[in-house]
Each structure stands twice: as C-alpha cells, then as structure tokens.
Design a protein around this ligand. Structure first.
Ligand SMILES: *Cc1c(COP(=O)(O)O)cnc(C)c1O
Length: 399
C-alpha cells in the first residue's frame, strides 16, 4: 500500500516548485507564487479522477472526516453509525463535534453489516459512515437504500481504499460525502493530508470555509473576508499538496503493482480449501492494498499470524488484537479518558460501549488475517513469497 515506497523524482520536482517560490501557503500571495497553486491543482486532479464535482483538501484524513461531518451540519447529540473495525479516527472525528459514535457490527465484508445498521437507527441518527477497510468496500447499495428510507446521509471513509470502485463509481463518490487520507502509510501520500469529495455545493462551500477559520474566501483580500460561521484550521500546506500531486499522477501505476502482487498471493492461498477470502460486494473492485482472509478458528488464525511473522512473511496483521483498529482495545473511548471534561450533554448521550454485544464482529475479526500488499516487492520474489505463505498456513492448519 504505502506510496512512500516509490517516492522519487516527480515528488522532488513538485516540491522544488514550492521551495523556489517560497509560498508554502495555499491561499493568497498571488504575485509571489510563480503560478503554482499545488493544493488547487491537486483538488482539480482528484475531482477528475474521483468523478466528483467538488474536492477540498485538508491537513489529514481525520480532519477530512471532521470537516465532512461539520459541513453537513452534524453537531451535538447527533448520532453517527460507524463500524467496530476501523481506525480510531472514526470516533475521534465524531466526538470532536460533540456528536455520538454508535458502534455497529461488521460482516464478512469486514465493513458495516447493513442488517445491523438498520437495527441501530434511532430518532437521533443522522449519518451512516461505512469505512472501506483494507482496500474493499461495504455493501453501498444496501446502505444507500437504508439512508434513503430513513433520510440519513451516507459518508464513505475511503481512506484505505483510494482507487477502488463500486458499480463503476470510484470509492468515496457513491455517498453524499467521501473522505480520503494521504498520511504517510496510505496508497498515495502527501506526508500528511486528506480530502473531502462531494457533489453537494453547500457541503463544499461549508467545508472550505470551516477548514480555514470560517473565512468566506470571497475576493482577493484575505483581510477583508467575512466569517459566516465559526471554523477551525485544518488547512493543507503547499508542500504537502505538491507531494500529493506527484503521487496522484502515479496512482494507476501503484494500483496495477498492488493488483499484480495481490493476485499472485491470492491464487496461491486459494489452493487451501480452509482459507476463505473476505467477501467483496457485487459490483465492487478492491484497490488491492491488502489481502484479507479467514481461517477456520480464532486459535488457528492466531497461530498462523505468529508463524507468518516468525518465518519472515512480513506485513501480515491480526487486527483482532491490534491496539488501533478494533473496538476491543479502545479503552480511551469506552472509559472516556478525555484531557478536559467532555460536555455533559455528550456524556449523557453516549451509549455504554462496555455493555454492547459485538460477538458478530468478533466472529469475523477473530479469524481474519490481513496482509499488506507492498509496492516495493520485486516481481521475481513474489512466487517465493506466495509459496512461503502457503506452506506456513498449511503447516498451521495440519500440524
Ligand atoms: C488513516 C485513516 C484515517 C485517518 O487518516 P489520517 O490522515 O491519518 O488522519 C481515517 N480512517 C481510516 C480508515 C484510515 O485508515
């Protein structure tokens, strides 16, 4: 997955443009910038690639989620449905606005289970936020139908799935809003950065203002700008955008390398009947950033994960016991360990996460192994890597 593996001349050239003019800020300084508007150029390029009318860049994927929610008017007491398997950014972005994260089970797609989602909807539900973990998507058609039925927004967290698609649409562009991360370990990187995409003009207008202190961005005089509402600073810098511009131009190259490496490993593992691959919803195409599969039991998955590491097959994750990506280790959320006090209204509205039953999620996650697909793996070593994976998994299953 990580675009940093193939960092090179293109990235250096884009960054050099910014260093040459010295304008590191995305707004203003028109006369000094030698015609370089890296953030604007990256927004235009992303809009084209993602078939979206509007794109706004921000400082991170977490910021993108926060700004996307804020742009749609989500605030105190509003409930946002999110999966039990995701990065901590999901609930951080919701809590940042005083809204309420409602955790919901995943299914064999490793993303939101539409049946569980529908059960979790209440009078305060405003948004369904599927997270396309490890390069593949939720059943977006089913989730969209639920949203339409209940008048909810669909916000896609496509931070780990850039370049994947669903029913011919780029992931992130199917819902009302989509978010991407360009942090250092994502498929394409800006160092740090994120983006919000939408076809809704109001959300877009709100997003660019909110992420720049509420400035209205009208006219050429920054000092004369008005503030229609309160905002914050989630701006991206020209340096980061410059790196992203080079990386986005290489997205198709990265995706084809990922697909090649993924396919070699998958075809080898498919020879083991006990190995079942994560389910990809009909009409979906992964971005091939991870290869995820289930073993018959939790014990076998744990053993295989350990053996893979010990035998030098790097990059395999057992998310079930991972500190960042599964609800079981989110003590800071469940015990509400905030630095200052959270507003009482928020505290009162939060569910008692410790009493929830997520055994359906445990059923899948306990048996899941995900292998990161690297861009830097030499093609000639792939067969050897695949054979090793197969032999380690077979040894675990049959010894
Ligand atoms: C990386 C990631 C984020 C957050 O992105 P940052 O740029 O690191 O803030 C959000 N959601 C998912 C699924 C991610 O993988």
């Amino acid at each position: 997955m990580p675009g940093f593996e193939l960092f090179g001349d293109k990235e250096r050239k884009e960054v050099q443009d910014v260093l040459d003019s010295g304008v590191l800020m995305r707004y203003g300084f028109d006369g000094m910038r030698n015609g370089h508007w890296k953030a604007k150029e990256l927004e235009a390029a992303l809009a084209k690639r993602m078939q979206a009318q509007h794109v706004h860049l921000v400082s991170s994927g977490t910021a993108a989620l926060t700004v996307a929610l804020a742009s749609a008017g989500i605030g105190a007491g509003d409930e946002v449905i999110m999966p039990t398997f995701t990065f901590v950014a999901s609930f951080e972005s919701i809590l940042a606005l005083g809204a309420v994260p409602v955790l919901v089970d995943i299914d064999d797609t490793l993303t939101l289970d539409p049946v569980a989602v529908e059960k979790a909807i209440g009078p305060k539900t405003k948004v369904i936020m599927p997270v396309h973990m490890c390069g593949s998507m939720a059943n977006l058609k089913a989730l969209k139908e639920i949203c339409d039925k209940h008048g909810l927004l669909l916000l896609e967290d496509a931070c780990q799935a850039i370049g994947g698609s669903y029913q011919g649409k780029p992931l992130g562009s199917y819902g009302n809003l989509g978010c991407f991360s360009f942090d250092y370990v994502k498929t394409i990187t800006c160092g740090e950065g994120g983006a919000i995409i939408t076809n809704n003009e109001t959300y877009y207008e709100n997003a660019h203002k909110y992420s720049d202190h509420g400035h209205d961005h009208i006219g050429n005089d920054r000092g004369a700008e008005q503030h229609p509402f309160l905002g914050y600073n989630f701006r991206i810098s020209e340096m980061n955008a410059a790196v992203g511009l080079a990386q986005l131009s290489r997205l198709e190259e990265f995706l084809s390398i990922q697909k090649r490496n993924y396919t070699i490993l998958r075809e080898a593992l498919a020879q083991i009947p006990e190995v079942i691959f994560r389910s990809v919803p009909e009409g979906g195409e992964e971005n091939y950033s991870f290869l995820s599969f289930f073993l018959p039991t939790e014990e076998l998955a744990q053993k295989a994960h350990k053996a893979l590491g010990e035998n030098g097959v790097d990059g395999c994750f057992y998310w079930y016991s991972n500190n960042w990506h599964y609800y079981k280790k989110w003590d800071h959320l469940t015990q509400l360990k905030s630095l200052g006090s959270l507003p009482q209204e928020v505290k009162n509205a939060l569910p008692d996460y410790s009493k929830s039953d997520f055994s359906a999620s445990d059923h899948w996650m306990g048996r899941t192994i995900s292998c990161l697909i690297k861009l830097s793996w030499p093609e000639k070593e792939m067969e050897e890597r695949a054979l090793k994976m197969v032999s380690v998994v077979q040894d675990t299953l049959f010894n």
